[in-house]
Design a protein around this ligand. Sequence first.
Ligand code: PHE
Length: 446
Amino acid sequence: MAAGNRTQWSSGFGFVLAAVGSAVGLGNIWKFPYMTHSNGGGLFVLVYLLAVFIVAFPIVIAEMSLGRSARLNAMGTFKKLSKNSPFWKGLGLLCIFSSMIIFSYYSVVAGWTIDYFIESITGSLHKLSANTTESHFIGFLGSPWKQVGFHSFFMFITAFIVLRGTSGIEKAVKIMMPALGIMIFIIASISIYNYGISDTWNFLFNFNLAQLNSSSVLEAVGQAFFSLSLGLGCILVYGSYLPKDVSLVKSGIWIVVFDTLIAIMACFMMYPIIFGTNMEIKQSATILFTSLTVQFNQLPGGAFISAIFYLLVAFAALTSTISLLEPVVSFVHETFDISRKKATIWCSVTIWFIGIGSALANGASLFFTKLAVMDRLDSLTANWTLPIGGMLIAIFTGWFFSKEKRLAEFNENERKYFVPVWTFVIKFLSPILVCVVICYKLGLFH
Ligand code: PHE
């Protein structure tokens, strides 16, 4: 993950783990379950899955192939491969913009997981019941000091790691990511055992076409990009460290399947509790912090399990924020000729400052809450800049990345069976689908 010097991943496995580290995070564990909840389930999940496999997966491969071919960061890649075209350099800037904005509010939510880790240890979560968990959480959101404090703390840790190098983190990813996957699986099994599976199953997989509306379709597509860290050059940068003999197709499949499994399992972890105890959820965005508390409080050693769980989620968030900050820092460091250390400090302080609006936007300040700063920044990036960035990356790979270079990234078998379909998809299908979804949302078809 080191920038500047082009070290390579020791193996395809190391790359997949790092990319999974970036992809798996709050998007899967916090955002997907709550968006599915607020969008009424069924159809949202179906559109999401279609978006992941038809639109996003080909773009994952596109980003990896561009990065491995150019061996540069996103901006450098577009500059080099487009021979300095201002339009494609603009795409590089859009990527940097998305990274900064996403990091600014992501760090706030990551801060919540740290607080819940601490509250698990001190025992204050243990007193709550199904009726009081939400008000407890909303009370926490209303405290400006805590909100800004935890946001600052998380920002600081990310900056510290980006500054010191990520080699230790890579080793940790190898243990923490599988541990998180196993833990989610176990908690989901307990939830299903205690509260039954049928309501959750029906909610997630039964759909009714009458639910279709432009906002939830755009949100599902946007969430596919967000969850896969796609459309802002993250996967591209990771691909630039990938040895030539690793199969992009296989790596891509691993990333997409793992990311999707975690998101679906996260729903199975929370929904049975919500349906089984008839919890009244006023704000879907709180469910990661409300539903599970009920479950943890019934388990022997629940406080300990809860602490480990929120710590692993915080760690998953950290591997995502590192992948958000790193490209911004290396861009500033390489473009403006300032030291890496200064670049890290300046970028983090700027992003931290932008994040204060989001930290105060959930009840801590009337002004920022009314402006709905966090929701707006989230929607601006996840629903607009990521899909647009992804669409442009597909177009760039399909039309401006020479055929020989493109083919050089695949082995013989893949060239025969995979590349023709993939090329069609990134040249036409993915860009057209994203464009249609955006036009649908803008009301151009009415
Ligand atoms: N994919 C991460 C998640 O699901 C968020 C992220 C988005 C990280 C974009 C990097 C880039 O939590």
